[in-house]
Design a protein around this ligand. Structure first.
Ligand SMILES: [Zn+2]
Ligand SMILES: [Zn+2]
Length: 165
């Protein structure tokens, strides 16, 4: 993760009405093993690439927001294709509209963004074996401890912008 701008990736929903492009490498990629992500994905975990909203270019379509309960109790806004209803990204209360949690499985090449960390492994399905070289935490973590310097600098820009009146 040295140069964010040498990265670009496209993705979209399953009916192809919604198409987007990530204009740079994400800030960090969380693989979440919480029960909520398991239920919402119908699978064992969700892989979310956190990236500044303005670095997600909408190429086609108009995702529709669905207010959804969340583990924190503060809710999440899940953005879905209005036609096939596939979720392409979410906003969470903490970072609000400024950061999109893009669902890595909706990238044309999801192999590009393996998890930087496994979170909520306390509720991980027992058959899932985590790679030994990727950080894993039972619940959440502090970005300052684990994100690369470049991502922390990008995060500082967002925080400074949020504080402006
Ligand atoms: Zn669709
Ligand atoms: Zn989760």
């Amino acid at each position: 993760m040295t140069d964010a701008t040498d990265f670009s990736a496209e993705g979209g929903c399953t009916c192809a009405q919604v198409r987007y492009r990530l204009a740079s490498r994400p800030l960090f990629v969380n693989c979440c093993h919480c029960r909520w992500c398991q239920r919402e994905s119908g699978s064992a975990f969700a892989i979310n690439a956190m990236i500044e909203a303005e670095r997600v270019e909408l190429l086609a379509g108009a995702p529709e927001m669905v207010d959804t309960p969340s583990l924190s109790g503060k809710g999440q806004k899940i953005w879905r294709c209005p036609n096939c209803r596939v979720a392409v990204w979410s906003n969470y209360a903490g970072s609000g509209e400024a950061v999109r949690f893009v669902r890595v499985g909706t990238l044309d090449d999801p192999d590009l963004l393996p998890p930087d960390i496994h979170i909520f492994t306390g509720s991980k399905q027992p058959w899932v074996q985590l790679p030994p070289d990727t950080p894993a935490v039972p619940e959440y973590y502090k970005a300052s401890a684990l994100w690369p310097q470049e991502s922390l600098e990008r995060r500082a820009v967002l925080i400074a912008r949020a504080k402006k009146p």
